[in-house]
Design a protein around this ligand. Structure first.
Ligand SMILES: Cc1ncc(COP(=O)(O)O)c(C=O)c1O
Length: 364
């Protein structure tokens, strides 16, 4: 029986999970697949966990349409830990790490690398108040580039790359935390990408890293083993105790995504859902003001402002009493943000568009 008092959840992450997934996990919670104990109580060395772990890796590669030659790693520490692990593994002393700055998470990634070696800002939209994605070409990269790092979708600001940039032979690394599984992309252009699970993949607690095996071979062997991507690859992410339950929840979300018709179908729905809200913003004669350059707008994180902060506060308060959750912009930028990840149902976006129209009519 479906729970009926669920709110319209637009949280930026941790974020909405499919109700079917929550219910399936609830059913399995105490007695996992008839084993007589919970998955939370099971050894990560058991065959059950090993199989679930392997199945999750295979499912992800298949949904992402990646051929053989890529490893899926399940790691802890959130996406932020990847900001440091990436340069630890790949920023050799004679090389330079290249970064594109498109928002505050991109800047954090760049800052972490700066502690560890030589860095270069290949492009930035900071001067433009993060309103879009800057052009990037091979001419912008430094010589001896170890890699170029981009943040494919900027969760706080609400922008995303319309296309994967061309960077020639330089290894491309992507932060896909609020991007993964949201649209069809040729992911073979990346040497590595990573995502904290807590948006489109599952709960907080596991970070997924997908890395090309041939690039992995070039990683440093002079850092502690627990920091090496190769340790996780060699041991199938069972070098130490992984976040088993978070991986299990991710497994269920991936099966759900498959049953929805896969990434292509999710992309179609995401564009339609976000379109409902962007259409209200654009037709509001300036009552709602979109923040991002329309060509770079994200379908995952939709950001906008109202005429003044008092009106924004009223919008948030009223939205909460109308059953909406998580519409306040990030504390660093203010304004409003609706995060419409894969698991946010069409009805939630329809309800938000209707609420926005009504609010504008009453306050415009
Ligand atoms: C694009 C992006 N990168 C990195 C992070 C940081 O992730 P975590 O909190 O898992 O370290 C986030 C979190 O929202 C994010 O949206």
């Amino acid at each position: 029986m479906h729970v009926t008092n669920r709110r319209y959840n637009f949280n930026p992450g941790p974020a909405a999970l499919p109700l079917d997934v929550l219910e399936e996990a609830q059913q399995q919670f105490i007695d996992y697949e008839g084993k007589g104990i919970s998955l939370l109580e099971m050894s990560h060395r058991s065959r059950t966990v090993e199989e679930m772990n392997h199945e999750t890796q295979t499912l992800l590669l298949s949904l992402l349409d990646l051929p053989k030659g890529y490893e899926v790693l399940f790691m802890g520490g959130g996406a932020s830990t990847q900001f440091a692990l990436l340069p630890m593994n790949f920023l050799a002393p004679h090389l330079t790490a290249n970064y594109v700055l498109t928002g505050s998470f991109a800047e954090k990634a760049y800052k972490e690398a700066s502690y560890l070696g030589r860095t270069h800002v290949a492009a930035s939209s900071k001067e433009q108040g993060w309103r879009g994605i800057p052009d990037l070409g091979t001419k912008d990269l430094s010589r001896d580039a170890a890699y170029v790092h981009i943040t494919m979708n900027n969760t706080i600001e609400g922008s995303r790359y319309a296309e994967i940039p061309e960077v020639g032979d330089t290894p491309l690394v992507g932060d896909m935390t609020s991007e993964i599984l949201s649209r069809k992309l040729d992911l073979q252009k990346f040497s590595m990408f990573y995502a904290g699970a807590q948006k489109n993949l599952g709960p907080a607690g596991v970070t997924v890293v997908v890395i090309r095996e041939s690039w992995l071979e070039q990683a440093s062997k002079e850092i502690p083993e627990i920091m090496r991507y190769s340790t996780f690859a060699t041991n199938k992410s069972l070098f130490n105790t992984p976040p088993v339950h978070a991986i299990y929840m991710t497994n269920l979300v991936l099966k759900w995504a498959h049953n929805q018709g896969g990434v292509k179908q999710l992309e179609r729905r995401n564009l339609a859902k976000a379109g409902l809200i962007y259409d209200v913003i654009d037709a509001s004669s300036g009552f709602y003001q979109g923040i991002i350059d329309p060509k770079d707008r994200s379908p995952m994180n939709i950001t906008w402002r109202l005429g003044n902060e008092e009106l924004e506060r009223r919008f948030i308060l009223e939205s909460e009493t109308h059953g909406f959750e998580g519409l306040a912009g990030h504390r660093s930028v203010g304004g409003l943000r609706a995060s419409a990840y894969n698991a946010v149902p069409d009805e939630a976006c329809q309800a938000l568009a209707a609420f926005m129209l009504d609010f504008a009519r009453r306050n415009g």
